[in-house]
Design a protein around this ligand. Sequence first.
Ligand SMILES: [Zn+2]
Length: 440
Amino acid sequence: MSNFKEISKIIATLYSKQRDSDFPGANFYPHDATKEELLEANKKNPLILNEFSIVKRDEKGKLYAVMYYDEYKDEINKICRYLKDSADLFYKNDRKDYAKYLNQLAKDFKSKDGFNKSSLLWLKIDDSTGIDIKVGPIEAYLDKLFAVKRAYQSNLRIENPDKGSELNELIDIITALQPSLPFDGEDKVKLNVRMDYVIAMAGWHAELIPRGSNYPTDPMVIKNEKVAKVLIYSNNIEKRDGMLFDEVLPTLFEKEALKDLDRGEFMKNWLRFIVHHELTEELAKYKYKSYEKRLGSYSEVIRELYSTLTGIRAASVQVLKGVLSVKDYKYFLIALLLVSFRDWVISENGNSGLKAYSDGYVWCINYLLKEKGIVLDSKEGKISIDFTKIYAGIDSLVLLLNEFMLNGTEDLVSAEISKYTDLTIFKKFQKDLELIIKNS
Ligand SMILES: [Zn+2]
């Protein structure tokens, strides 16, 4: 553990060397170099636009590339020493595949070929217990010139002891809820899931505080290797979303509806809600091959809403199996309403990243209003829920979304979604929610 913490600290300093938000190319390129000049130089020397190199200028003004492992030699030597020491410990504790991953990682830190080998070993580790570190130059967001240079980041986590034993069974349920297609057999992807507490994040992740991540980033790797990994960061979720229960809930619902709700239970099920969404979405990417082309500009809206609602259906199957209680399921429905209103407001206030979600939520809320699963009470002016009707409403909407994922077209979706764009109920709570979001 202490080795991994030291690695995180070093990564944080490397990231700060690479980062510079005043320049689109951060510190990966000379600040005066233009895109055209870099492209031209790359024709003669492909290391210029290599994912793991820093571009510099010599005395004559000529561009040249230095690989990360040369540029940051001392730091990387230290990291590799920590990795090898840790590998020895894992090996002694009979975690041989993890030891192999760490040793390969140490090699990859000094290799021109990047991190493919260690990443693949890591993806294939299906033991989700204990500690885990994902470290290296990973995402290319910092490079706003070409989006090729990968910035150092690390995230160090330990398994959440409270995660329950339902994860693997959940994957089976979600798989069963999606259609089985002829190519299923040859195309089965092994999904490894971890639900963790974040101990340290360095680099991009430290700025972003993500709720979870999916790997690999390259879909071709999933296709060829048939393996993917989902990480859920439980304590980040608590940090970011406690306000759903504390503030959004009393804003939207009548007092009567709130009286037997418990914060701890809500947060537990909110975590499940996110896990269900992520797993459904990850599996849907392989199940529904051509949906993106068919659904065009609606493909994200449909996929996100489909994943959320199928995740809720999976919870109802778990209730039938006795894994979750009816009360747990109610928290899922409440979570759907809370997140719909909150994310709509955040999206209205200029967060374009949430648009695909919020368009789906507007559709969903209006659909549930029509089905009388939710009612706007005229006396208190707040929302009340009819749990039987909301359950039926979600069931029928998810069937429709499933059909769209399988056979829908942009025109069909457009015709359907245009019936559910009324914003009256959202606007009713907009001011109150904006205040909450501003203060959180
Ligand atoms: Zn999603």
